[in-house]
Design a protein around this ligand. Sequence first.
Ligand code: SIN
Length: 315
Amino acid sequence: MKQQKIVVLGTGGTIAGKSAQAGDNIGYQAAQLGVAELLDAVPGLPAVLQDCELEAEQVAQVDSKDMDFGVWQRLALRCEHWLAQPEVRGLVITHGTDTLEETAYFLQAVLAPDKPVVLACAMRPATALLADGPQNLLDAFAVALAPSAHGVLAVCAGQVHGALDVRKSHTYRLDAFDSGEAGPVGQVEEARVRWLRPCAADEGAASALQALRGAPAWPRVEIVMNYAGAGGAAVDALVQGGVQGLVVAGTGNGSLHHELEAALQRAQAGGVRVLRTTRCAYGRVLPKPGDALAVAQGLSPVKARVAMLLSLLAP
Ligand code: SIN
């Protein structure tokens, strides 16, 4: 039996960021340090890993605001490769905070892994006076090694979140993530995970990964929003431009300005997929009989967009 292993995949983000001055927490450059350098800066790692081996691979080096289809495709395929190795117990992925929730949802949808895939991030660059990356990384290893961990999870500021619910909810604080009404799935305390509820990680299908493998690009799916005075011009322009799917972040229970709703119904009648979500931070859109536009089953606008992208790739 080979020695068990945790594989760390680097993708960039603030966790790998550098600034010219240690006190500068906003004027830094994300995605500067390689994943091996990040691991070197984590004291106490051997104690958490115990007799598990560590292997690191740089899959990308991006500020996650620039995340794109190519990186997601490469990342998913590297995850698939490593998860298939019997000696690999789990994966840790270093990632920027800005689109982490989209990557988490995407990876859960295409991999539906039995093993843990844990996203680690930071709100301060590696050069900060109080860099949070090393502790978050250490916590991510503790989660990846926890006996009942499975599925795609995210770790930030001692909280463990599931892929379905995790969302960035603060622009600056170190504990920048929450899981909305569902709450976190667990907490990491002194390298031990205290589960608060089971990791609900049964979403996803390997068929989505098959479709992704050969796809040259992703379909065009855009997000539009309802607000006071919203009209239909943006939707009409997107349809003219060849959009294949539209997610609308409605107000309240998914309500839409009548002009925007009319434009979305025209788009749908012309073959564009349309899903209704809400711009509210809490709650979900509750459908009513006779609704012309389908609702996104509690997904946030950005996650509903990922779901639509994947459904267009693997209908
Ligand atoms: C990024 O998302 O890559 C930059 C911001 C961050 O990681 O906090």
